[in-house]
Design a protein around this ligand. Sequence first.
Ligand code: PRT
Ligand code: ZN
Length: 299
Amino acid sequence: MNDAESASSMRQQRLRIAIQKSGRLAEGSLDLLKRCGIDLETRTKDRLLTRCVDFPVDIMHVRDDDIPAYVSDGVCDLGIVGLNTLEESNLDTKKSILRRLGFGRCELALAVPKARAFLNLEELHHKKIATSYPKVLRRYLSEHGVEASVVELAGSVEIAPALGIADAICDLVSTGITLASNGLRKVLTILDSEAVLVGSVQRLNDCQGGILKVLLRRMDGVMTASHSKYVMMHAPESALEKIRSIMPGLENPTILPLAGGKVAIHAVAREQVFWETMESLKDVGASSILIVPIEKMIL
Ligand code: PRT
Ligand code: ZN
């Protein structure tokens, strides 16, 4: 086998995942992969491709806008990208999303100058809207029967109304600080976005399909764990029902008898545990209440 053949055969036995090289999704993507056992600590900053030693995947570090095309062209098998970028691309959203990943959350929203009254979308009829998301915006406007002129801008969309280029904008909003500091206010959300894992699964061979299965199981485990807490407490056995009513998300608690009529309760809680919840537990007789984060979980 020559070098090219051996590289191609190696490629067939590994998955190639594209993530953002630097930017708002880079850290979250690396962190998720790390928690799935794909650690890239040895990566040098400018390297395009990092080979993972502990798991059969290679990571491509690229600009986020290129990820959907790389996935659809088979340059990589999977990618982590914002739903906003995916929706603006030519990749079939429904077929390609494998998981919603819960980080990089933001909204693609319509905003108008603060002083401008806005009651409904029809007010933008025949008006100009600046955006870097022309495809998503045009689809939204046509679905709602509004004819507006879409002004495509590559960046700094928020200054378009002040420059007189547009009457409104359609841009990503997270805290809303950028809108406020440009004298704008959000009036409608067009898309709720977050990072998503995309892939062309039909192109994978059996070996790659097997790797994907393990990877997805690990991702599910990481995401379930991040929504869950491990709860430990001592309580009188008679308080068990009240404890369950305070924390209905407690799953199959392990109950261990302690000396003096009390029990130790250990359980996974699929809910947020607030200070108020802990105080209510204390009020019904629980003590030594510990709430511990869970790193990984396979059910
Ligand atoms: O270099 P490369 O092309 O890879 O990166 P990029 O500059 O195109 O993207 P980047 O890193 O800015 O964003 C990557 C992805 O992060 C986006 O596609 C979204 O999915 C997600 N994301 C989450 C955001 C935001 N939050 C966000 N707030 N992307 C951009 N913004 C910008 C927004 O465009 C606006 O300018 O932040 C500003 C608004 O923020 P607030 O907090 O003031 O509302
Ligand atoms: Zn980009």
